[in-house]
Design a protein around this ligand. Structure first.
Ligand code: GUN
Length: 292
C-alpha cells in the first residue's frame, strides 16, 4: 500500500505557483487577488477559509477575507457579491458553503460573475466543464484529478465507483473521470442512497471515490484487493483523546481498508490540501481568462 500524499503534492503545486507569481512580478503584471466570503462561524468552514487565505500568503497571492454574522440578509450578501464582481482588483472570489437556511445558495452562486467564479460552481462553468470548454473546474474534483495525474495513477479503462452524487464532488467528478482525457477514460458508476447492493457494486471498483460524508462508511469487505481509494470525507467526530475534543474522519475505515489497497489518500492530508491547491490554480487561471 502506498499513500496518495495530498499534502506533499499540494506543496509541489504551491512551489510552482510561487514561481509563476515571481515571473508575473518580474514582468510587471498584476498579482492574483482572491477574496473569500464566510457567513457565520461554523468551525469546519472557518478552518477551510483560513487555510485558503494562508495558502494565498504562502504563494504570494493577495487575499481578502470578508466575514459576516449568520443573520446577514440574502440581499446584503448579494450586494457584496455584486461589489466583488465589479471590483477590478479582485480576480476571483468564493462564497464558502454551506450558507444559513434563510439564504438561497443557488441564487448566490448564480450571482457570481462566471469569470470570477474560481470555485467553478456557477452553472455556466459547470456547463463548460461538461462540454470540455474553457472555464473554472470545481476545486475538489479538479484536485483529485491532479492528485491522480501527479502520482501516475492509471485510470484509462478502469472501473471507477464514486459514492455520493453531490453537485460539488460526485456529479462533476463522474464527468471528469469518464471523458476522453488523462486522467480520465474510466468506466464510471455514480452511486447514491438508492443504489441497490452498494457493497457489491463498490467491490467491482478498480478506483473508489468515497464522497458521502459518512465516517468510515467504506469497510474492507467492500474493497477489491489492489484498489485505488480516494477519501473525500472530512467529518468531525467527538474524540476525548484530542485536546480540541474531536478528530477528522474520512468516509473510509482506513486501518482495515489500507492494507488491501494499492494507493489510498489519508484524512487529513489527502484530498483537503488538493482542494485548496486547485483553488489557487483557478485563481492564477483567472488572470489568463480575464487577460490580465
Ligand atoms: N464547502 C465545502 N467545500 C467547498 C468548496 O470547495 N468551496 C466552497 N465555497 N464551499 C465549500
Amino acid at each position: 500500500m502506498q499513500l496518495l500524499d495530498g499534502k506533499a503534492t499540494a506543496e509541489a503545486i504551491r512551489a510552482e505557483l510561487r514561481k509563476a507569481v515571481e515571473e508575473r512580478k518580474e514582468n510587471g503584471k498584476k498579482i492574483p487577488h482572491l477574496a473569500a466570503v464566510l457567513v457565520g462561524s461554523d468551525g469546519g468552514s472557518l478552518t477551510y477559509v483560513n487555510a485558503k487565505v494562508k495558502a494565498c500568503d504562502e504563494i504570494g497571492f493577495q487575499s481578502t477575507l470578508i466575514q459576516y454574522q449568520s443573520d446577514i440578509s440574502e440581499e446584503a450578501l448579494l450586494h457584496k457579491v455584486n461589489e466583488l464582481n465589479n471590483d477590478p482588483d479582485i480576480d476571483g472570489f468564493i462564497v464558502q458553503l454551506p450558507l444559513p437556511d434563510h439564504i438561497d445558495e443557488l441564487k448566490v452562486t448564480e450571482a457570481i460573475d462566471p469569470k470570477k467564479d474560481v470555485d467553478g460552481f456557477h452553472p455556466m462553468n459547470l456547463g463548460n466543464m461538461v462540454l470540455s470548454l474553457p472555464g473554472f473546474l470545481p476545486a475538489t474534483p479538479a484536485g483529485i484529478m491532479e492528485l491522480l495525474k501527479r502520482n501516475n495513477i492509471e485510470t484509462s479503462g478502469k472501473n471507477c465507483v464514486i459514492i455520493g452524487r453531490s453537485n460539488i464532488v460526485g456529479t462533476p467528478l463522474s464527468i471528469m473521470l469518464s471523458r476522453n482525457s488523462s486522467p480520465g477514460n474510466c468506466t464510471v458508476t455514480l452511486t447514491h442512497s438508492r443504489t441497490a447492493n452498494l457493497p457489491e457494486v463498490v467491490k467491482q471498483a478498480d478506483i473508489i471515490i468515497a464522497a458521502i460524508g459518512r465516517p468510515e462508511f467504506v469497510t474492507a469487505d467492500m474493497v477489491k484487493d489492489g484498489a485505488v481509494i480516494v477519501d473525500v470525507g472530512t467529518t468531525r467526530v467527538p474524540d476525548a483523546t484530542k485536546k480540541r475534543g474531536w478528530a477528522l474522519k474520512g468516509d473510509v475505515k482506513f486501518d482495515e481498508v489500507a492494507p488491501k489497497c494499492s494507493f489510498i489518500t489519508p484524512v487529513p492530508g489527502g484530498v483537503g490540501p488538493m482542494t485548496i491547491a486547485s483553488l489557487m490554480i483557478n485563481t492564477l487561471r483567472a488572470m489568463d481568462l480575464n487577460n490580465k
